[in-house]
Design a binder for this molecule. Sequence first.
Ligand SMILES: Cc1cc2nc3c(=O)[nH]c(=O)nc-3n(C[C@H](O)[C@H](O)[C@H](O)COP(=O)(O)O)c2cc1C
Length: 199
Amino acid sequence: MKKIKLPEVSISGRMPLEKALLKRRSHRSFRRSPLSFQDVSQLLWAGQGITGNDGFRTSPSAGALYPIELYLVAGDVEEINSGVYRYDPYSHSIISILEKDVRNLLYESALYQEYILNAPISIVITAEFERTTVKYGSRGVRYVYMEAGHVSQNIYLQATSLGLGTVSIGAFYDEVVKKVLNTAYEPIYIMPVGRIMRI
Ligand SMILES: Cc1cc2nc3c(=O)[nH]c(=O)nc-3n(C[C@H](O)[C@H](O)[C@H](O)COP(=O)(O)O)c2cc1C
C-alpha cells in the first residue's frame, strides 16, 4: 500500500480562534480550483492529528481509545492523484486505498447533494465502534458519535481559518459509502471542503 507523507502542519495560523468561531458557517458552493496539499494536511491534522508524546490528539476521545478514522476523497488536490486515502495519524501520512476519482459515487451515496461533486475533496469521518464499546458497552456508541462531533467541529474551524468552507453532511446511505471507501468502518459524516465562492 502506497503511503504518502503529508506536509508539516503549521501551528501559527493567522486567524484568532474567536474569529474562526464567529465566521464558521456551513458552505455548499465551492470554487472549481484545487486544494493545496498543505491545506489537506492541515485539515486532517485538525481532525485527528497526534499532538503529544503520549499519542493524545487534537480531538478528545473517551478512554483515549480513538475509534475515529478519517478518509480523504481527493478529486482535485495539488501534488496527489485523485482517489481514496486513509489518514494515518501516527506517521501523519495518507495511505492510498484507490487511485480513482470517486466524487460522483460519493455524491450519489449522499442523495445527490451536489456540493460533494463540486468540492475538490471530501473528508469522511468514520468509526470502528468496537474500540470504544469493548470498554464502555452500549454507552460507548454515544461516545463515538460525540467524538465525531468534536472532529467535525475541528475541521470546520480549521477550514474557516484557512479561508476554506465545509459542511457536515449526515444524510447518506451507510452501506454505499462503505463500498465507495472500501472500508468496514461506519461512516458518520461526509465533509466536502473547498474554496468558498465570494458573492
Ligand atoms: C448532524 C448534522 C447533520 C447534517 N446533515 C447535513 C446534510 O446532510 N446536508 C447539508 O447540506 N447540511 C447538513 N448539516 C448542516 C446543517 O444544515 C447546518 O449546520 C445548519 O443549517 C446550521 O448552519 P451553519 O452550520 O452554517 O451554522 C448537518 C448538520 C448536522 C449537525
